[in-house]
Unconditional design. Sequence first.
Length: 355
Amino acid sequence: MKVAVVGAGIAGGYLGRLLEEAGISPDVYEWGDHGTSCGYRSCGWGAPDTTGTLLHHAGLDLDDYLLQPMVTMNFDGLVARTPLYTLDKPRLIRDLRSGLRITQRRFTDREADDYDVVVDATGIARALLPPCMSDLTLPTLQHRISIRSHGGDVPGPGVYGNQIPGLGYIWVFPLGRGQYHIGAGGLVFDRYGEVLEHYFKELSLTYSLTTHCGCSGEIRVASPFYSQPLVSARSRGDGTLQRIIGVGESVGTVSPFTGEGIIYSLECAKILADSWLDEKAYVSRVLSRFGWMKKERETLDYLLSEPGATGPRLRDRWRFYRNARRSGVRLPLIEAFRRIGSLSRWMEGEGEHGA
Ligand SMILES: Cc1cc2nc3c(=O)[nH]c(=O)nc-3n(C[C@H](O)[C@H](O)[C@H](O)COP(=O)(O)OP(=O)(O)OC[C@H]3O[C@@H](n4cnc5c(N)ncnc54)[C@H](O)[C@@H]3O)c2cc1C
């Protein structure tokens, strides 16, 4: 049986390694350069420490990729403990790819017929599966910045929803050695350039800033449920069927509220490797494991709808709170419910919509 894994990002690289270990030697296709200065797709590089367990299955040690712990994070003024780190994602992807048989080019129909199974690990491109049942993508803009303090103090990690009108936030993720990823993303609103410029202007009142690079990108926040079909089939030239199986962000394994996709794409790839070629089991496990993403997506849909303009319902606030707990962020319940208000436009007058 001939297997191709298309896309060697987080999900495809990890899956490739797991399949190699299981004695299935896939051909891996990666079309490469993204026009970013790090050579990879844009990403904040934030991930929880539990990523280590997944990396361990692929013979990798999380410690080799840790850049900076984010022990506490500022959520619109509320400081909470987190298990998050920034990871050296380019190095992680390089190590995931090492030992794999990689063809450096875009996968095309020309070679597709050679394979019995093709895995779509192409992330936001979703190059091989049919379109999602109901897609939703979040545009982003991010810069890598050096920040030097005049007085000694430097900015800590933070997520600021009250800086962006509509649903979205600015993130400030320290990468170590005075460098940061600072980005903005959101639904409805697209003037991130201006928002970031304003934010940098404010920062530069206290710090010296040097911009190294910047890139834009999109994140699929549709959820796996709304990214169905997760598997598909196509007829080859000789009439036989080829199976196409999606993994990672191509099938929406990203938290719709936060855009975190690293750990969930690894987890999705592990589920695929563990249930290899039992497509029914794979789909059912992905939909069940990431069922909470469907709920988050539905909250986004509600907030984007006309009735949602009046503010989040109790269940939406609960989902925000659950999201934080799932990520290991220690938010006190009552305070979190109150502050979550500041995560979006209609909650600017916090008191008006308090839980
Ligand atoms: C600005 C930004 C910030 C983010 N910040 C975070 C964060 O801090 N923490 C977090 O957890 N997640 C973050 N994410 C999300 C996270 O990066 C993704 O969800 C995750 O990388 C998805 O992994 P993947 O392997 O599914 O897709 P990707 O990592 O995108 O990999 C897909 C690969 O497929 C390749 N490819 C595409 N089409 C083809 C083709 N036709 N032929 C061959 N190869 C192809 C691409 O080159 C790419 O390498 C962020 C995303 C963005 C855009």
